[in-house]
Design a protein around this ligand. Structure first.
Ligand SMILES: *Cc1c(COP(=O)(O)O)cnc(C)c1O
Length: 471
């Protein structure tokens, strides 16, 4: 793998900081960061601060003036780059009118417009939008809506109180979304607090199911799903699925046709389908929504991460008309949805989201993706040749590179060796910020990434992997 000609972004970034007084300030901030900010998914005893001060396009610039490419879209949410003028202006304009008002029994014009726009864009039949603020809350809302629906629909089925989810699923970190999640590393500890879930093995397209050829993976996994539905459908309220790609699991790609099959089977057995597009939505897979690849509409659709272009926390759960109608009645019937978040549907977030959708149109973002996706594919094909790369998996601009001690025998590294993490730290020396999932190095650049920036990200990832796996 060629790694010469790597961009020397660190040395290009110039002096540590234009203002010399920033030196002590930076050290003090780093100390306060360690002492006072409790970082998510981070061992604070070992935490090394990385202090980002500014962003520009696909670059992030730290407090010392060093520039890095944002190789994982600031944790999978940035779409059009940082400080995009259209989104910046939309937020400022909204700010000049209203920063926040409640969505409990009231509304504002920006949030209404966003709801309308989401309904127009989303798969057919999803006409009602419940706003919250994060991916986990979008899933939480979908679970509670599904549960309540079966108690209030025209033919109530109150025994439907079980959810069906997939192995290694990730749906967020609140207790409902952890219950349907299945990543042991994150979730096992909280087991006593979780509700019961029926779980099927993740339908991996890259590994042959037991007793079947890889080519038979689709039939095998749909057969398994049908058997589970046949046996338990009277108790199952909904199936929860991350369409096409289970990202947090380490980029597990489903066999083509699985989503369509799951839609047909859940419909046949009277089970709702919840599509969690928090990670894959808003263009990441090459289409606006992953469900479009298989021509399906779920009953409930969860959106978050990319919705505001990666600017502000805002999430939405879209519901079918059938579900919506089950919640209508007179106040004293208590059929309405007893759930809400103070900042749900926040107008600043809605303004950012509307502007992000404008950028999709103005910059023909989706039309320009295929050549970026192809360039990423080419780089991954090269990376796949590296000695300790066991597998590469890609869907659109989402990619995972799995490191292994011995690829011939598919022997993983000991988790304690932290090879994925080390590869990402080395990539940082080449001016690219990455964050791994265990030993899977994730590449998920903003949709706005240029071909040249993609080249830099791939080269830094390759160099990082080689450095981390050289012993
Ligand atoms: C990130 C993620 C979530 C949780 O979103 P938060 O905004 O972090 O709460 C839920 N589902 C999927 C598929 C995700 O990738």
């Amino acid at each position: 793998m060629e790694t010469h000609g790597l961009p020397k972004m660190i040395s290009q970034a110039g002096p540590r900081h234009a203002n010399p007084s920033a030196f002590p300030e930076a050290d003090e901030l780093a100390r306060w960061d360690r002492e006072h900010v409790w970082h998510a998914f981070t061992q604070m005893a070992e935490y090394e601060p990385l202090l980002i001060e500014r962003g520009q396009g696909c670059k992030l610039i730290d407090i010392d003036g060093r520039a890095y490419l944002d190789g994982v879209s600031s944790l999978w949410c940035n779409l059009h780059g940082h400080r995009h003028p259209t989104i910046d202006a939309a937020i400022c304009e909204q700010l000049s009118k209203l920063a926040h008002t409640t969505s409990l029994g009231a509304s504002n014009s920006t949030t209404i417009r966003l709801a309308r726009r989401l309904v127009e864009l989303a798969p057919a039949g999803l006409e009602h939008v419940f706003f919250s603020d994060d991916g986990a809350t979008a899933v939480e809302v979908a679970i509670k809506l599904a549960f309540q629906y079966w108690r209030q629909c025209p033919k109530p089925r109150p025994q439907k109180n079980l959810f069906l989810a997939l192995g290694d699923a990730y749906h967020g970190d609140t207790l409902g979304s952890v219950s349907v999640g299945g990543v042991a590393r994150f979730h096992a500890l909280f087991e006593p607090l979780l509700f019961e879930v029926a779980r099927l093995p993740a339908p991996r397209s890259d590994r042959a199911p037991p007793g079947a050829a890889a080519a038979g993976a689709l039939d095998h996994h749909l057969g398994q799903l049908e058997a589970a539905l046949q046996e338990h459908h009277e108790r199952i309220a909904a199936m929860v699925i991350e369409p096409l790609m289970q990202c947090a699991a380490g980029m597990i790609a489903h066999p083509e046709g699985y989503l369509r099959g799951a839609r047909e089977l859940t419909r046949r057995y009277g089970v709702l389908l919840i599509a969690d597009e928090v990670a894959v939505g808003f263009g990441r897979t090459g289409k606006m929504f992953a469900c479009e690849h298989e021509g399906i509409s779920p009953d409930l659709l969860c959106l978050a991460k990319g919705m505001t272009g990666g600017y502000l926390p805002l999430a939405a759960t879209l519901a079918s008309d059938d579900i919506w109608r089950a919640f209508l009645g007179r106040h004293e019937d208590s059929r309405h949805f007893f759930h809400g978040h103070t900042y749900g549907g926040n107008p600043l977030g809605a303004a950012a989201a509307l502007a992000s959708l404008d950028v999709f149109e103005q910059e023909r973002v989706l039309e320009r993706l295929p050549e970026k996706i192809e360039r990423l594919r080419q780089h991954l094909a090269t990376i796949a040749q590296l000695e300790h790369v066991g597998d590469v998996r890609q869907r659109g601009l989402i990619a995972g590179v799995e490191l292994m001690r011995d690829r011939a025998t598919a022997t993983p590294y000991e988790p304690g060796e932290r090879r994925g993490w080390r590869a990402c730290l080395h990539a940082r020396e080449h001016g690219v910020l990455l964050r791994p999932l265990g030993d899977v190095v994730v590449l998920m650049p903003p949709l706005a990434v240029s071909l040249e920036e993609l080249d830099q990200i791939a080269a830094a990832a390759a160099a990082g992997i080689q450095a981390a796996c050289s012993d």
